[in-house]
Design a protein around this ligand. Structure first.
Ligand SMILES: Nc1ncnc2c1ncn2[C@@H]1O[C@H](COP(=O)(O)OP(=O)(O)OP(=O)(O)O)[C@@H](O)[C@H]1O
Length: 355
């Protein structure tokens, strides 16, 4: 039925809730077995709907969905959610409050002998570091611990795919960081292919092998985290996933001339462009004859954000370590490290960098 070797494959999948605007539009993607894939994008861009389509909680209007090479939706086929071997972790964890951790994890293991169930639950409790908490109830656990119970419960029936909807959004910043590292480890060890939804680029980058950036129901770019960050395919992706300077330039092949000098480009371009340079890719060197004038410094401790007015009036931002040789009013020479990405110049766009 399919030639796909991927654990998950979507082919031109669309879903309409309202007539004119599809919630998901012509989405095609593949997740290799064991991969951790992030669906990243702003609110309302179709991430959760994509997840629900994979789970079988929504029926696609067009396109096909394959799990482990078998078509589960589209082309006249339909496999109901309970037969897809898909586990889900919801934003609010959806734990059963009247069941202990052990009973929550055992919940989906019907049809196995008592011994098998106990062994499987024991494995999952060990994997998720919950063995000591097995007899507690959900209200006796921290948010991060509840999150791990939800994950253990979803993994218990040995799903081929695990789907996580904004799994860290209910945790505070410190716990969120620790929990996501833990979840990544657990998912890796379990060997399941996982798809998780987030609107936080740092979360997507730090957990996923593959990041799918969505906008208005469609995919803007799919790639490894460093590809998405360093080689965004559109201006929208560039700004969504991090801080960016856009500097007008004239490109000729693998080089662009602009107020930052001669900037090497990652891909050849010709004519008017905007080069996109991340603030941390700018090198500043104190120089009384330099083209940059330090206007503002915001100090964060581990680094600082420096506003620089270039000699043509362009305002750019650089991120450097907490150096003390840079002060407002000083002149600096500014140099771009590595290659920059160039986008076609849009003359109707208000230059964000000029104030
Ligand atoms: N059951 C539904 N009925 C009608 N419209 C829906 C339904 N579910 C989603 N939508 C709409 O489809 C679009 C995509 O929604 P979806 O929940 O997939 O986005 P999202 O990227 O997950 O957003 P968020 O980050 O806010 O959860 C939105 O415009 C939403 O209002």
């Amino acid at each position: 039925m399919s030639a796909s070797n991927s654990a998950i494959e979507l082919r031109s999948v669309s879903k309409w809730f309202q007539r004119n605007t599809p919630a998901v539009h012509q989405v095609s993607l593949q997740a290799p077995r064991g991969a951790l894939l992030a669906l990243l994008g702003p609110s309302g861009c179709g991430k959760t709907t994509t997840l629900r389509l994979i789970a079988g909680l929504e029926i696609p209007d067009t396109g096909e969905i394959y799990l482990a090479g078998a078509r589960v939706a589209g082309g006249g086929d339909w496999t109901p959610p309970e037969q897809r071997r898909v586990g889900m972790v919801f934003q609010d964890y959806a734990l059963f409050p009247h069941l202990t951790v052990r009973e929550n994890v055992a919940f989906g293991l019907n049809g196995r002998s008592t011994r098998e169930r106990a062994a499987r639950v024991g494995d999952l409790l060990a994997l998720t570091g919950l063995a000591d908490l097995a007899d507690r109830y959900p209200h006796q656990l921290s948010g991060g611990q509840q999150q791990r119970v939800a994950l253990a419960r979803a993994l218990a029936p040995d799903p081929q795919v695990i789907l996580l909807d904004e799994p860290f959004s209910n945790l505070d910043a410190v716990l969120r960081k620790a929990t996501r590292e833990e979840v990544r480890r657990i998912l890796r060890q379990s060997g399941a292919t996982a798809v998780f939804v987030t609107h936080d680029q740092e979360e997507a980058f730090s957990i996923a092998d593959i990041v799918v950036v969505m906008r208005n129901g469609a995919i803007e770019q799919i790639g490894a985290p460093h590809e998405i960050y360093l080689r965004p395919s559109t201006r929208t992706v560039a700004t969504f996933v991090g801080e960016a300077n856009f500097v007008p330039a004239r490109a000729s092949g693998r080089c662009a001339e602009c107020v930052l000098g001669s900037v090497p480009l990652a891909a050849p371009r010709n004519g008017p462009v905007e080069v996109m340079v991340r603030p941390e890719a700018l090198d500043l060197c104190p120089d009384a004859a330099g083209c940059g004038l330090i206007e503002e410094i915001v100090f964060f401790g581990h680094d600082q954000l420096i506003g620089i007015r270039m000699c043509d009036g362009t305002l750019i931002q650089a991120r450097t370590g907490p150096r003390i040789d840079i002060t407002p009013g000083a002149r600096v020479a500014v140099r771009v490290q590595g290659e920059a990405v160039a986008f076609p110049y849009d003359e109707n766009r208000e230059p964000r960098t000029k104030n």
